[in-house]
Design a binder for this molecule. Structure first.
Ligand code: ZN
Length: 279
């Protein structure tokens, strides 16, 4: 059984060392990572964690920095990780910055897509011209967009707000049916709307990951997600290093049968990210 974690995060080692200074200049980073208790992982630590969990690979994203310098620093580290065939990486991009499109296109030399996208934290409207341009760029290159979906319900947590809303993501999917997207955190409620036949039809380009499920949803939520959107479009993701890979996997797949575990725990991510982007 292939096991892939479709949602982990890494920072460049020098960014881990500069945590306090970065927090002074990036409000979203400060909200999520200023506390020394918030874990930051380097690419080497991601590799070690994947191996320790006996996983075959992972899809690694960075953080939606605003500063082009921090984006470049982080992307350099992710590019090195992506040279390991067990890993695909998603580049960080900020469509608010002029010249972002050429930076994004060059990142696709090593990246399978972009994410974890936090449009409102970076100051761009996902349904505005920059959001549409990003979707078109992704579709043109076969790149995948991983969105932080902000649930409009429930408890507060650092980093909850500033992603895309479920309604915005649905509208983008309607406008860009050829853009492959992943809705993080079970889509923040978007899966419920898949019970409306025309919405279900318009969400066929979207996969849903389980990142941070144990912090957000109840134990049966993954089974209901699978019922709502189809087993082939649910991806196990841990949100490492905030949560442990093996622990999240055990809890997330607990109620699933063997075939469903295979699909959710690795086969779906392999098809979406690895077979299309690695040789
Ligand atoms: Zn997220």
């Amino acid at each position: 059984m292939v096991r892939i974690d479709a949602h982990v995060h890494a920072f460049a080692p020098e960014q881990v060392n500069r945590r306090a200074a970065i927090a002074d200049s990036d409000a979203t980073f400060a909200e999520m990572y200023e506390s020394p208790n918030a874990r930051l992982a380097t690419p080497a630590e991601v590799v070690a964690a994947v191996e320790a969990a006996s996983f075959d690979g992972a899809v690694t994203a960075g953080f939606a920095f605003s500063s082009p310098d921090e984006i470049a620093c982080q992307n350099d580290a992710l590019a090195i990780l992506a040279s390991d065939p067990r890993f695909v990486a998603l580049a960080t991009v900020n469509p608010s910055v002029s010249g972002w499109e050429s930076m994004a296109e060059s990142a696709l030399d090593w990246a399978a897509g972009f994410g974890e996208l936090r449009p409102w934290n970076q100051g761009w409207d996902p349904l505005g011209p920059r959001g549409h341009a990003l979707c078109e760029l992704a579709a043109a290159h076969g790149a995948v967009l991983l969105w932080h979906v902000s649930e409009q319900f429930g408890h507060e947590y650092p980093g909850k707000w500033g992603g895309i809303t479920p309604v915005e993501l649905w509208k983008l999917a309607v406008a860009h049916p050829w853009t492959q997207m992943v809705a993080a955190h079970q889509g923040g409620g978007l899966a419920w709307a898949a019970q409306m036949p025309e919405v279900r039809e318009s969400l066929l380009s979207i996969s849903f990951d389980t990142a941070a499920t144990t912090l957000l949803y109840d134990q049966e939520s993954v089974s209901r997600l699978i019922d709502a959107v189809g087993v082939e479009r649910v991806l196990f993701g841990s949100d490492y290093p905030m949560l442990g890979i093996a622990d999240q996997y055990a809890k997330t797949v607990k109620h699933l049968d063997t075939d469903t575990r295979s699909a959710v725990g690795g086969d779906n991510a392999k098809r979406l990210f690895f077979e299309r982007f690695t040789s």
